[in-house]
Design a protein around this ligand. Structure first.
Ligand code: FAD
Length: 501
């Protein structure tokens, strides 16, 4: 340890964000060098929602050395091949946004360009017919993707539906057995250095003080350190993402769990249905300017599959992010750093990215500006890209059956999204980036699923004879149908891999 090494790390909050952070720091930081403490308050509890994930969580678990089957068993998890969006583009529509690509790219040209050419020649098959993930999801099948990168069956991916509070407990055991100290208590005061404003210590209701060099604010919507103490600005996006409330309720299981999440558009928001092994997670996300809490509560209970297993849980939020997630010696991770509604299950992903970026930019005692700058730049990019993707779901609608949908359809959108939509509409191209959330196939899924169909396609596609293309697409559909048919059912896969009765 050098004199420049920072030693005491204090994590404030023991929800999903707090325990994911603790687990990763316990794994990646040398234990003889760092002392990691996590404070959580049983009296305050956690936000208690957050059940759908994206495939990146698998890589997080893998780097921690967590056995996937053990994790699934302990969190009541099911497999997730994508999200089905119903009634978004128009009432009666539905499409799945799968994890993975459509078909197979040929000559470095994305598959959807070939599909567009066929469509223009009258072929009726939706693009989802060329996604193993979509076909398997609707057949309620699940098998692990093939390892052979040339196989069509290696081109899809999967995530999980899980009980996030069980995941936090699972990671709590993981962290505490690897040297993280858990402290129970409510923080009632935060002490700052008088000159720099850096945080020096937090004081608990027991009178105990926890001093630290680096504080990680995982205190949820409250933002105890990043907001209450450091007064970090919040950039609000509710003019683009107007939903500001949710009501959640778990219900009893009535059928075998589906391998996909349902996101059903409603009059002034949308309803989720998330199948776990033992129950279903349900909730509605809505705009309080367009519908009352009572009406949403009534609709939610009316549309519930199964019996409610708890009282309705009312939540309030606003879309946006902290302008600096890392401010002075405090890094906000999780809901304290910002909120984007759960339409594409991105919150746990954002936690993971923040953790991995923090590990990469981990500071020493000097708290160099470069680390902070890089962390904030990365998080700003991630938030803004996801923000645009979520706005697309609301804006790309033809619905005119309520004030909410009229407002979404006609609202001004960010310039960055406007450009993306124009590029796709006019040329069929998706803005290219190779890392981060929502690569080309995701944008294609939502554009096409909600009726934004390009007027043209990549000109190089014309080099292929139309009959050749038809034959090729026909054989792709057959290969997918035969392969999916041979997959075990989703339920059998859960039983087989998780050893659950
Ligand atoms: P919390 O779970 O709220 O934890 C905060 C912690 O801070 C708690 O331990 C609390 O006790 C502690 N704390 C607070 N104040 C004090 C204090 N004074 N002293 C001591 N301790 C304190 N994400 C997804 O990825 N997928 C989803 O499907 C999804 N669905 C969602 C649905 C809704 C309606 C909402 C609102 C969110 C959803 N999320 C989802 C987001 C997800 O819930 C959160 O990202 C995740 O739970 C992490 O929360 P957190 O740990 O930041 O905060």
């Amino acid at each position: 340890m050098t004199s420049h090494t920072l030693r005491n790390v204090v994590i404030v909050g023991g929800g999903t964000a707090g325990w994911m952070t603790a687990a990763a720091l316990a794994k990646f930081l040398p234990p003889q060098q760092y002392h990691i403490q996590l404070v959580e308050s049983d009296a305050i509890g956690t936000v208690g929602v957050g059940e759908a994930t994206v495939p990146h969580i698998r890589f997080f678990n893998q780097v921690l050395g967590i056995d996937e089957n053990d994790f699934m068993q302990k969190t009541n998890a099911t497999y997730k091949l994508g999200i089905e969006f119903s009634h978004w583009g128009k009432r009666g529509d539905r499409y799945i946004h799968p994890f993975g690509i459509y078909g197979q790219a040929r000559n470095d040209i994305s598959f959807h360009h070939y599909w567009l050419k066929l469509q223009q020649s009258g072929d009726p098959h939706p693009i989802g017919d060329y996604s193993v993930g979509v076909v398997a999801a609707y057949a309620e099948k699940f098998a692990y993707p093939h390892r052979d990168a040339h196989s069509l069956f290696s081109k899809y991916s999967y995530a999980f539906h899980l009980d996030a509070s069980l995941y936090a407990s699972f990671l709590r055991d993981y962290s505490t057995t690897r040297g993280v100290t858990r402290v129970e208590g409510k923080i009632i005061r935060v002490e700052q250095h008088p000159d720099s404003g850096f945080i020096r210590a937090v004081e608990l209701d027991s009178g105990a003080q926890l001093a630290g060099d680096l504080f990680i604010d995982c205190s949820g919507f409250r933002g105890l350190l990043i907001s209450d103490t450091l007064k970090t600005d919040f950039e609000e996006w509710s003019h683009w993402l107007p939903c500001d409330r949710a009501i959640a309720v778990p219900s009893s299981k009535t059928s075998e769990p589906l391998p996909y999440t349902k996101a059903i558009a409603c009059t002034a928001g949308w309803q989720w249905r998330i199948p776990l092994q033992n129950r279903t997670g349900n909730g509605q996300v809505y705009s309080s300017h367009h519908i009352s809490d009572d009406e949403v509560a009534h609709n939610l209970l009316h549309n519930l599959d199964g019996e409610p297993l708890a009282n309705l849980h009312y939540l309030r939020f606003k879309a946006g992010r902290r302008v600096q997630s890392w401010n002075k010696n405090c890094v906000a991770i999780g809901l304290s750093s910002g909120f984007l509604e759960p339409l594409e299950s991105t919150s746990i992903y954002l936690i993971q990215i923040a953790i991995m970026t923090l590990v990469e930019c981990f500071p020493d005692a000097a708290m160099e500006e470069t680390n902070r700058h890089e962390f904030n730049r990365t998080m700003a990019n991630e938030y803004e890209r996801i923000r645009d993707f979520l706005i697309l779901h609301y804006h790309a609608t033809q619905r005119d059956d309520s004030a909410f949908w009229n407002d979404c359809r006609t609202m001004n959108i960010p310039e960055s999204l406007h450009y993306k939509i124009q590029l796709f509409r006019e040329q069929g191209h998706v803005e290219r980036y190779k890392q981060g959330m929502f690569l080309e196939p995701s944008w294609v899924a939502v554009y096409m699923g909600q009726g934004i169909i390009p007027t043209t396609y990549h000109p190089a596609v014309n080099a292929l004879d139309i009959q050749h293309l038809r034959d090729y697409f026909h054989s792709l559909r057959n290969t997918i149908a035969t392969g999916v048919n041979a997959m075990p059912s989703h339920t059998n896969s859960i039983q087989r891999y998780c050893n659950n009765p």
